[in-house]
Design a protein around this ligand. Structure first.
Ligand SMILES: [Zn+2]
Length: 395
């Protein structure tokens, strides 16, 4: 993860939506024939891949933010009507058109920060119709830009009406939601919130094994606030990713390092919640695990859209090197979204998904924070950044 190839005065030749060649400008120009030339000033990165978001939601949760500042924990916030179930109440009441319009507008911000592929989860419906409505909205927007990867997260929380009969909700997810999602072909992955007080490792395993039976790939929210063996479970099931991991055990870290499961770390969430816990990025990487960084973009715990900011936090909070942090929002982000075959790298045969940053040294992308350095974005070779195109360099 710690080695990036950097080409000074480089060029990328794009043909038919794909990268045909990349290398020093003179060589690529000589091979390009009469190709149209787009000159850019700055550093060109692979388009960033955000492997963990909950981008379909209605209202922001401004009150929760203020409540946390007053020292209230999530239980106290839920008792006042806030928390995730307030997003559930809100989403259930919104028609698909409303959700589609809000989500499209928000995804534009991710795109303008250089993100060209976004994994998006359902999970604020928690009833069959509302989960399907959410996945339909994701499907409507999936072609992008940015392109979306849909994940079914019906097991995000136990809804209020099932609080005294949780097994009935697990059965609803397995017997009704998953077959409907699979029949409509509207999800690529199934995810479960495996956490003490939410879904147990045993319930998570049953749901994910059922999802696998329907042909879905697997993801897991694991060991975020308390350890419960989620990392071990994700590795054992061969999940494409295990996400959060701030409280992963030593065994869990070892299990991930020995597996093909990508560890997706979400430092923006810990920052926004004001938590001191840090995901064990160093232990994971040094042990041999693949680590990705994602925004966790959602209205409760991480209303942040910038993957470069997550890379900054990866370096400053999780002690990753700048190269590891860039790898974590490009190639490893793509792997965590099940898309490593055609994006996350600028290489022949890969999609021409590119992000241009107004920097001279690539490390500046993870150094200057709090401003958007991205001045150009291309998805399969088509320019799609909505900004003004140039900004003054900070360096
Ligand atoms: Zn999440």
């Amino acid at each position: 993860m710690d080695s990036l190839e950097v080409i000074p005065d480089g060029a990328v030749l794009v043909r038919d939506r794909l990268v045909e060649a990349v290398g020093p400008y003179r060589e690529v120009r000589a091979a390009a024939g009469g190709a149209e030339v787009v000159e850019v000033d700055g550093v060109l990165f692979p388009g960033f891949v955000d492997a963990h978001t909950h981008a379909v939601f209605g209202m922001a949760r401004l009150d929760d933010h203020a409540r946390r500042a007053r020292g209230m924990d999530y239980k106290a916030i839920a008792a006042e009507g806030g928390g995730i179930l307030s997003s559930v109440r809100d989403l259930r009441a919104r028609p698909a058109d409303d959700l589609r319009e809000r989500t499209a507008r928000r995804l534009r911000h991710l795109l303008d920060h250089g993100t060209t592929t976004v994994e998006v989860k359902s999970g604020y419906g928690l009833e069959t119709e509302a989960e399907l409505r959410t996945l339909t909205v994701i499907g409507d927007l999936a072609a992008g830009p940015p392109e979306l990867v849909p994940t079914f997260l019906g097991a995000h929380e136990i809804p209020l009406e099932y609080r005294s009969r949780r097994e009935a909700y697990v059965r609803l997810v397995i017997d009704e939601m998953l077959p409907a999602v699979a029949a409509q072909g509207i999800a690529r992955f199934c995810d479960v919130f495996c956490e003490p007080g939410v879904f147990t490792p045993e319930e998570s395993r049953r749901i994910l094994e059922a999802a696998r039976g329907h042909g879905l790939g697997l993801k897991l929210h694991a060991d975020e606030l308390d350890g419960s063996g989620g990392a071990e479970l994700a590795a054992d099931l061969g999940a494409v990713s295990a996400d959060h991991l701030a409280r992963a055990s030593g065994n869990g870290i070892a299990a991930l390092a020995a597996s093909g499961t990508v560890a997706v770390l979400l430092p923006g969430t810990m920052l926004f919640l004001g938590k001191a816990d840090r995901a064990p990025a160093r232990a994971l990487i040094d042990g041999g695990a693949a680590v990705a960084l994602a925004t966790d973009f959602n209205p409760g715990s991480s209303p942040g859209v910038s993957l470069p900011l997550m890379a900054t936090l990866g370096v400053s909070q999780l002690r990753m090197t700048p190269a590891e942090a860039i790898m974590a929002i490009t190639a490893n982000g793509a792997a965590a979204a099940g898309q490593a075959g055609d994006r996350g790298q600028i290489a022949p045969g890969f999609r021409a998904d590119l992000a241009l940053a107004a920097v001279r040294d690539w490390r500046e992308l993870v150094y200057w924070y709090g401003t958007n350095l991205i001045t150009g974005v291309w998805v399969t070779g088509t320019a799609c950044h909505s900004g003004r195109g140039t900004i003054d360099f900070l360096g």
